[in-house]
Design a protein around this ligand. Structure first.
Ligand code: NAG
Ligand code: NAG
Ligand code: NAG
Ligand code: NAG
Ligand code: NAG
Ligand code: NAG
Ligand code: NAG
Length: 920
């Protein structure tokens, strides 16, 4: 008793302070077993949750005080005393577990003191079909009609009904009455505690009863299954069919048994896919996190009993809220303390609100964890549905639904996959959720004819197989089945706070592991566990591969930029002129004419029109110069073409000119040849863009992304100016740049003739660029960096650890790289063009800047040649003048004066720039 008070007091204290808020007490009667007792905890903590919620929002704006009493449930006197204690606490109603032995007492007492009693323990229709309990409302749905419908559906005539426990006994009683109305041949067998079931089963087998209904507790059901599959019984072949009545039978791991082709049917109350269930789990989880009062783990709610308890409290609170609204304005008077007046002769003082409240409770309508909650006039559940479970390859799974309100109460799901009864297997099979996304996971071409995992192929399948191998090498087993994510999403938090996609399946326990291109991010990491990443990647740009430059007629022009060609022509002319000039100044270039001149007309003049110019000295000896302007040109062109001609400069200046020109042509021709070879062998491409900045800087190419993908999130939230700019451009674009699927975006790139670029994750980009028709290409660097990891249900900590170790091992052995190569390299010949390196410039013709050096050297050489020629001329002319002077003086002294007239001719010829006329 003192322990009870200790438990009650703190709760009472919390709420006794808030006077302003309306306030009701709820009594709870629960068993006194040792903690943890989920039902007891849920009772208290549901009330606390209600109070927190009513504080922060206008939801059920009253406070509930949970008055907890625990006692020996099977003891009439003890339970009665507790009920009276609660009455004295002025509780408005009582919730609690009712033992089948004391139900009658509880029902009559609650009627006498007018306290509604809500219980999760039984269904009236199932356990007390003939009784009227005015003040009892039961939360447990009846399985009578579902079982009858299943029997009819399976056309069972001869079967056995094995039951244990008090609930089983009551239910069996009910069925005995009902079955007597049908022409069923049934054997009922009450399994006593500690009685081994093997003998019973053997009797059934020997008497030819292959159809058995097991109305056993969960543990006993599991034990029965274990015995059934054992060698000495072996009652697991295709001729056997069992129905299990426990609502949690779906939680048993069927993979631990070696079940043959038998049929198993079970019932399940909780629809873990329902909105109500998922909302509740999320909500409760956030309370567990925020409040130190609430500590019941959400794992409890996988079982039906705690879930029914949650619904029971919800019904109680909802009823009180409705009652509060209903009695608004009327003053609640309590002149006297309520009491049972135990042991006195006075009549009990009942709860005056009772009759009204019980009516209200029966009108409550809710969506709870156990589905639609509604009551009939007796206080029994109505309009509820129960899932039908069947044995499939992966365990007991939902195969249909029973709904009492439907015309066809039984509806069976249709299965596209052909599923067979469970194979003989042992150990847990993990459910892997994934998504069809090439090349990570794809359906094989002949998937219709394949089953299970064999239907799929891709990187993820191989990755899983490798993980299995790593496990095997450590003598442990990792087995899995692949289940595609139902909604085809990766997983994001929706507006209502729930998660969809693969992340949602992990959170709500529908899958154990997610192996898919699943990006690791903070929000997801909070909800599920991620392994170490198996692939790193980033957002990248995809463009259409530019047309190959097919070698054209004038391809030979391409290795050099046009300005180079122009420069070469000018250089040729300039060099020729220089050569012409320096040859003229140099006496060495002049040599005697080998043949007599054809005409005498050239005397004293230069004939520019003829190659090989002649000069006639005063003594009529003819000399000529090979480097006339045309010969010079011929010499330069010949050198440029790498062809010799018999002309050869003999003067120093001419040779300097020739050398620098030869040097120039050497370099030029080598560069040209090398570049031409590159041009002709490699298919050159001109990348219109090579980075995100290029995209932003132009307007002809539009760009887009996948709708509501991680790329969108990245661009939307980025603070980098270039990416912000991109996002603004896309957001303001009239022509929607958002693709619904990756394929759609890639198709758009392929079709839009280079006018559209698509931003997507590099793994996809690389993959599509290797897929026929191979006309897309990834350009530029990655815009960001992230990684794909394997998501694991938060509860499976050890699995996450093991898979992480496996991934690290695969990484070390370079198996991940090998897999990547396998799935990312195309088998199609036409795709085998190596990707264009990022650094490739827009055009690779040699330009002036690259070749400027040889032009400088050429100019320098020409300048040197001119200087040398000039110096030579200067020195020679001085020498000539001195010589001429001395000759003149000599002649003047020695000869007659008629020679004087000839002398000035020489200087005159020199001033015309003809060079020395001294014959060699
Ligand atoms: C609700 O608010 C009242 C005061 O407004 C406070 O005393 C009480 O502790 C709050 N209850 C809970 C459960 O937060
Ligand atoms: C129950 O109500 C009576 C009358 O209003 C009051 O005297 C009594 O203290 C209340 N008991 C408790 C435990 O609140
Ligand atoms: C098992 O159940 C399926 C579907 O209900 C049925 O087609 C099959 O005949 C049953 N097998 C046995 C042995 O009852
Ligand atoms: C829990 O706390 C977070 C942050 O303080 C808040 O946003 C959320 O609403 C709280 N949840 C509940 C159920 O109070
Ligand atoms: C049964 O419950 C559903 C809600 O789950 C409701 O739509 C339907 O009308 C109910 N049927 C009856 C007959 O009350
Ligand atoms: C993308 O999806 C939206 C809505 O789902 C649809 O309206 C639109 O037409 C789709 N776009 C394309 C190109 O299919
Ligand atoms: C290779 O790609 C071309 C188109 O680029 C396609 O026509 C051909 O069928 C592909 N070959 C194979 C083996 O896939």
């Amino acid at each position: 008793m003192r322990g009870v008070m200790l438990l009650v007091l703190p709760i009472a204290v919390i709420f006794s302070t808030c006077k302003a808020v309306e306030f009701y007490s709820i009594g709870g009667i629960f068993g006194d077993g040792p903690p943890p007792n989920p039902e007891r905890m849920i009772f208290v903590q549901s009330a606390i949750r209600n109070n927190i919620r009513s504080n922060s929002s206008a939801f059920r704006p009253f406070h509930a005080a949970a008055r907890l009493q625990h006692t020996k449930l099977a003891n009439n006197a003890a339970v009665l005393r507790k009920m009276c204690v609660l009455l004295a606490y002025n509780v408005s109603l009582i919730v609690g577990v009712a033992d089948f032995d004391v139900v009658n007492m509880v029902a009559t007492t609650s009627q006498k003191i007018q306290l509604p009693f809500i219980t999760p323990s039984f269904a009236l229709k199932e356990s007390f079909p003939d009784m009227e309990f005015d003040y009892v409302v039961s939360l447990r749905p009846s399985l009578v009609q579902p079982l009858l419908d299943m029997l009819e559906y399976n056309r069972w005539k001869q079967f056995a009904y094995i039951y244990d426990g008090k609930r089983g006994m009551r239910r069996a009683d009910t069925f005995m009455q009902i079955f007597s109305r049908y022409d069923y041949d049934v054997i009922f067998k009450h399994l006593l505690t500690e009685e081994p079931i093997t003998e019973t089963l053997k009797n059934m087998r020997d008497s030819g009863r292959h159809h058995i209904i097991f109305d056993l507790s969960l543990d006993a059901s599991e034990n029965a299954l274990r015995k059934l599959q054992a060698n000495d019984l072996g009652m697991v072949t295709a001729s056997y069919h069992y129905i299990f009545m426990d609502l949690d039978i779906g939680e048993i791991d069927m993979n631990q048994f070696q079940l043959g082709g038998l049929n198993l049917t079970g019932f399940r109350l909780l629809d873990k896919d329902s909105d109500a269930y998922q909302d509740f789990i999320l909500d409760w989880r956030s309370y567990v996190k925020n409040s130190s009062y609430i500590e019941v783990d959400t794992n409890y709610f996988h079982l039906s009993n705690p879930a029914i308890s949650v619904d029971m409290m919800d019904v109680a609170l909802e009823a009180l809220d409705m009652f509060r609204l209903d009695s608004r304005g009327s003053v609640r008077k309590k002149e006297r303390a309520l009491s049972c007046n135990l042991g006195t002769s006075y009549a009990p003082v009942p709860n005056r609100d009772g009759p009204k409240l019980i009516e209200i409770i029966k009108k409550v309508k809710l969506q709870g964890l156990t589905g639609n909650i509604e009551f009939d006039s007796r206080g029994d559940r109505t309009n509820y549905s129960v899932q039908i479970l069947g044995l499939r390859q992966t365990g007991l799974e939902k195969v249909g639904t029973w709904n009492g309100q439907n015309e066809n109460r039984l509806t069976f799901d249709t299965f596209t996959e052909d599923e067979s009864p469970a194979d003989a297997m042992s150990g847990r099979i993990y459910t892997v959720t994934s998504i069809l996304s090439p090349p990570f996971l794809m359906l094989k071409k002949d998937a219709d004819q394949r089953r299970g995992i064999d239907k799929y192929e891709g990187y993820c399948v191989d990755l899983l197989e490798e993980i299995v191998k790593v496990y095997k090498s450590k003598h442990s087993i990792f087995r899995y089945k692949i289940k595609l994510v139902a909604d085809g999403e990766y997983g994001a938090q929706m507006e209502n706070g729930k998660w969809n996609g693969m992340i949602g399946e992990l959170i709500y326990g529908k899958a154990d592991i997610a192996v898919a291109p699943l990006t690791i991010n903070v929000q997801r990491e909070r909800m599920v566990g991620f392994t170490k990443p198996f692939m790193s990647l980033g957002v990248s740009i995809m463009i259409k591969k530019p047309q190959d430059n097919q070698p054209g007629v004038f391809t030979f022009m391409q290795p050099l930029a046009p300005e180079i060609w122009m420069s070469i022509v000018f250089a040729c002319i300039i060099v020729s002129v220089v050569l012409f000039q320096v040859s003229r100044f140099s006496p060495k270039e002049w040599h005697p004419v080998e043949h007599p001149p054809p005409t005498p007309s050239g005397t004293g003049e230069f004939n520019l029109n003829k190659p090989g110019e002649r000069f006639v000295t005063e003594d009529r000896e003819e000399t000529e110069n090979d480097f006339g302007i045309f010969n010079s040109l011929w010499f330069t062109v010949g050198a440029l073409m790498q062809q010799g001609c018999e002309l050869c400069p003999r003067s120093f200046a001419g040779r300097v000119t020739g050398s620098v020109w030869w040097f120039f042509t050497l370099i030029l021709v080598s560069s040209y040849t090398a570049n031409l070879a590159a041009f002709l062998t490699a298919k050159r491409m001109v990348m219109p863009i090579s980075s995100a900045a290029d995209l932003v800087d132009q307007t002809t190419i539009t760009y887009g992304i996948l709708k509501s993908g991680s790329t969108e999130t990245f661009l939307k939230t980025s603070t980098v100016p270039v990416y912000r700019h991109m996002w603004e451009f896309m957001a303001n674009s009239e022509d929607s740049p958002f693709a619904n699927t990756t394929e759609e975006g890639v198709e758009r790139v392929r079709k839009s003739n280079g006018k559209f670029a698509f931003l997507l994750e590099s793994a996809m980009n690389d993959y599509y660029s290797q897929q026929p028709p191979c006309n897309t290409v990834r350009v530029g660097n990655l815009l960001d960096s992230k990684s794909y990891g394997i998501g694991v249900n938060k509860q499976l900590v050890d699995v996450r650890e093991l898979v992480t170790l496996a991934i690290l091992e695969l990484q070390e052995q370079a198996i991940l790289t090998r897999l990547e190569k396998k799935w990312w390299t195309s088998n199609n010949e036409s795709c085998r063009i190596p990707n264009i390196p990022d650094h490739m410039s827009k055009t690779s013709a040699l330009n002036l800047v690259t070749l400027a050096g040889i032009f400088y050297i050429l100019l320098g050489g020409l300048a040197v040649a001119l200087l040398v020629a000039g110096g030579n001329l200067f020195w020679r002319s001085r020498h000539e003048i001195i010589a001429a002077k001395s000759r003149y003086i000599e002649k003047h002294k020695a000869r007659s004066p008629e020679n004087k007239k000839k002398l000035p001719a020489n200087p005159e010829a020199q001033t015309k720039g003809n060079g020395s006329h001294t014959p060699v």
